[in-house]
Write a new protein. Structure first.
Lengths: 272, 360
């Protein structure tokens, strides 16, 4: 089911792009990521819009009042919150539903890149079974040209150390791409974090701060250990994410400044 | 509490993404060989020697899983070595003692990629084709590199020789003939598609037979590198064709089986398509019968006329060619499935399951 509706179509489109652009798999990954981002743009926009509405609601006086007033009566608090949602025409799921819909698409994109790289016998056999014979001549396409810039996209990236020097925790050499992945992930996370509303109990600020540390480390780790084709996808996706947020006026450049992600006066963080 | 939830979510994402990547890179592709007493199974991070008599483990290498990952068929030498290359990130080619499993040497040179192909041993020399597109030539006694020749892209098929030339296939669509004296390629043939397995050599040493992803099987003149005939198949040919009498047996990944006449490449059998894709080479037994293993986990035996003699389904998914083990009359057929609760099964030559080996 997953293969038929997500993975196989994605793999075929990725290989189609690879074929028409002169068989450069790195460029194919970048173009394919742009294509998927463009298709999911409306969902992203809807998610951002929903998140903004919810964020503004958190600062609303009436909202804050009912939080205080019914702090010990959860049932009443929930019904009051629902009343406010209804009165103002807010859908509390407007920001998370598009994310849920996008999730399988992102996973499919990731898996199709892995499948197309087909670095093992079993991977090659699975790829053979994924390609639509009437759409692509797989026999002519395989093996894919996995060389892109200085990388072999089917293997973890690393610039070899000078002869005689090695580090056991960096078996593939100096991890340039992993550093770029971590840096762009950090930038994206920082730039797209909503401004803090202040207050001693601003837990969302704490969570955001943790996200900006954990996510770069996590994706950097993946880039260090897995095929560099995936790292190219991570970097492309991060850059596109920043561009998309910027185009919607949702980038918080202040977050890059020291202390910029700390408490901001209300309504100064967002440009929109 | 929220901090805990966040950390849990990050960990969950990590596990999810790891699982995604593992889908293609961490799965094995068993390699198999046998002598008269032991079967040698390369599976995942271990090499197992299994007693043919009762299916018990004689030894395993290494004791604890490391960075090695084995796809290639182990190769047995006449001086008691078993050679196997690693598809893990160590890129190591290792020689083990067949009796004990102790390491004799690990090639003290650095191949730059994984070993998917089994090596070829000729006298005191090892010819080993690497995924980096290079043919490495080593001393059998020590594993030291004698010379190497960069040929092309991924070399997945074990090299074969007619005694003079060494023949290597590549995923780059070509079959190469290497002159080991001149240390260069003397001819190459375009196969129209990737060739992930080895060619077969005729008994007179004049012709090579090789299938490819171009849905064709080629007969190639060894002296000149010219194509004598081609036979069209219904799908990609993955496993090496095998000669048996005047026939050339082959199969494709849609599960079609072919018995081609050696002189002209005409299919002598009716359409045969047992029950699933076939990637391993057919096994030709001493009585002329032929056995194939399918992805559906089955073995099918056919007589010389293409009539089914028996079938059995040990289970799992079988991608590796079955291997004839033990003496030719009372011996066993070994099969190494994946995705099941055992690693190796022994089947009698009349199609009865004798034992299963689970790795313990």
């Amino acid at each position: 089911m997953w293969d038929q509706f997500i993975l196989n179509p994605f793999t075929n489109v990725l290989l189609f792009i690879y074929n028409i652009i002169g068989r450069n798999f790195g460029v194919a990954i970048i173009l394919f990521t742009i294509l998927i981002r463009a298709i999911t743009w409306p969902l992203n926009a809807q998610q951002l819009k929903g998140a903004k509405v919810m964020q503004e609601l958190q600062k609303d006086k009436e909202w804050l009042d009912i939080q205080k007033k019914y702090a010990k009566d959860r049932e009443k608090l929930a019904s009051e919150q629902m009343r406010i949602y209804k009165e103002r025409g807010i859908n509390p799921f407007a920001s998370c539903l598009p994310t849920l819909i996008q999730f399988p698409i992102i996973i499919g994109l990731y898996q199709s890149i892995t499948r197309a790289l087909a670095a093992t016998p079993l991977g090659l056999l699975q790829l053979a079974g994924s390609i639509y014979p009437t759409f692509l001549n797989a026999a002519l396409l395989i093996p894919l040209n996995s060389k892109f810039l200085w990388m072999d996209l089917g293997r973890p990236e690393g610039i070899p150390f000078p002869a005689g020097f090695s580090l056991p925790f960096l078996p593939y050499g100096f991890p340039t791409l992993a550093i770029i992945v971590a840096a762009t992930t950090y930038l994206q996370t920082k730039l797209t974090l909503p401004p803090s509303t202040g207050g001693a109990n601003d837990q969302s600020a704490a969570m955001n701060s943790m996200m900006s540390i954990y996510m770069p480390l996590l994706l950097g780790y993946f880039a260090l250990n897995f095929a560099s084709g995936l790292a190219v996808y991570f970097v492309t996706s991060n850059v596109l994410g920043i561009v998309q947020y910027a185009s919607m006026g949702r980038v918080n450049w202040r977050n890059l400044l020291p202390g910029g992600d700390k408490t901001l006066p209300a309504k100064t963080g967002s440009r929109k | 509490m929220k901090r805990l939830i966040l950390i849990s979510l990050v960990l969950l994402t990590a596990i999810l993404l790891s699982a995604c990547s593992a889908g293609t890179s961490a799965t094995t592709w068993p390699g198999l060989a046998a002598d008269s007493k032991l079967a040698y199974l390369a599976n995942g991070t271990y090499i197992y020697a299994v007693r043919l008599s009762d299916g018990t483990k004689a030894w395993q290498y290494p004791d604890k899983a490391g960075t090695q990952l084995f796809y290639a068929n182990p190769v047995l030498t006449t001086n008691g070595q078993v050679l196997v290359g690693s598809a893990g990130r160590d890129y190591e080619l290792t020689s083990l003692d067949t009796a004990t499993g102790q390491q004799k040497w690990a090639a003290p040179f650095v191949a730059t990629d994984r070993w998917v192909a089994a090596p070829l041993v000729v006298g005191d020399t090892v010819y080993a084709a690497n995924n980096d597109g290079t043919l490495y030539v080593l001393k059998l006694a020590t594993g030291e590199k004698v010379w190497s020749l960069h040929i092309s892209k991924e070399l997945w098929g074990a090299p074969v020789t007619d005694g003079n030339l060494v023949f290597v296939t590549s995923l780059d669509h070509f079959l190469y003939a290497v002159d080991p004296v001149a240390q260069k390629v003397i001819w190459k043939v375009d196969l129209g598609g990737s060739a992930p397995d080895s060619p077969a050599i005729s008994s007179d040493g004049k012709t090579l037979y090789i299938g490819s992803f171009a849905k064709k099987i080629f007969a190639v003149d060894i002296a000149t590198g010219s194509v004598r005939w081609t036979a069209v198949t219904k799908d990609w040919v993955w496993g090496a064709p095998v000669l048996g009498g005047d026939s050339l047996f082959a199969a494709d990944i849609s599960g079609n089986i072919y018995s081609l006449g050696v002189p002209n490449g005409k299919n002598a059998w009716p359409s045969l398509q047992p029950d699933g894709p076939i990637t391993g080479s057919p096994l030709v037994l001493a009585d002329g019968s032929m056995v194939v293993a399918t992805e559906s986990g089955s073995l099918f035996a056919f007589n010389t006329s293409g009539v089914k003699m028996w079938d059995i389904t040990p289970g799992g998914k079988i991608y590796t060619a079955p291997v004839d083990a033990g003496d030719s009359t009372a011996g066993l057929i070994m099969v190494a499935p994946m995705n099941t609760d055992f690693l190796l099964a022994a089947v009698s030559k009349d199609g009865k399951l004798i034992w299963k080996f689970t790795g313990k």
